[in-house]
Design a protein around this ligand. Structure first.
Ligand SMILES: Nc1ncnc2c1ncn2[C@@H]1O[C@H](COP(=O)(O)OP(=O)(O)OP(=O)(O)O)[C@@H](O)[C@H]1O
Ligand SMILES: [Mg+2]
Length: 172
């Protein structure tokens, strides 16, 4: 069975903290597929990831209209924040230059990435966010689809144990 982990985040700050923990272990290159309905917390998660990677707070907004926003990081790395909500086909996605983003030295976080998962390459850290009955609680389920993402996921799950306030579930 592929590695997976599953938890509830009871507040946006904790979703940010969980994402910042991912920043600490993500390495040079990683593709993060973010799935979940409108308002699930995908952008909040990327904000936490970006801050954890040293991007100035407040500079991450939804890139819906630009498709991708690039944030240079220290050490020559880049965080690419992508939103596929408005992309209608793989052809259109290709025309945006998206495939060129999947390069070495980039952490690529893709909101609505589940619309075109194959276009993200075979090795993805997939994160699904869901609303719950409680307005401030989100359920997050992560799984890995290849060796790079599996190793990031294992390290992230370890790091998440240090984030007080998350509620753990068994992955379904
Ligand atoms: N536990 C939580 N984690 C994350 N966000 C939360 C949580 N509880 C409430 N929220 C709120 O939910 C909203 C999530 O908005 P966000 O823009 O991140 O969603 P999104 O998934 O990116 O939506 P879209 O598909 O429109 O891009 C924010 O207003 C945030 O404050
Ligand atoms: Mg968003």
């Amino acid at each position: 069975m592929p590695p997976a982990c599953c938890f509830r985040s009871p507040a946006p700050e904790l979703t940010r903290a969980a994402a910042a923990a991912l920043a600490g272990v993500v390495g040079e290159t990683c593709v993060l597929l973010l799935a979940g309905p409108l308002g699930a917390g995908k952008t909040v998660f990327v904000q936490g990831l970006a801050e954890g990677l040293g991007v100035a707070p407040g500079s991450v907004t939804s890139p819906t209209f630009a498709i991708a926003t690039l944030h240079p990081l220290s050490g020559g790395r880049t965080l690419a924040h992508v939103d596929l909500y408005r992309i209608e086909s793989e052809l259109e996605l290709e025309a945006t230059g998206f495939p060129d983003l999947l390069a070495e030295g980039k952490v690529v976080a893709v909101e609505w990435g589940d619309r075109f998962p194959a276009a993200l390459g075979p090795d993805r850290l997939e994160l699904r966010l869901e609303r719950t009955g409680d307005a401030t609680v989100r359920r997050l389920e992560a799984c890995a689809t290849g060796p790079v993402s599996a190793s990031v996921l294992l390290r992230w799950c370890e790091a998440l144990r240090e984030v007080a306030g998350l509620e753990w579930e068994q992955a379904s």
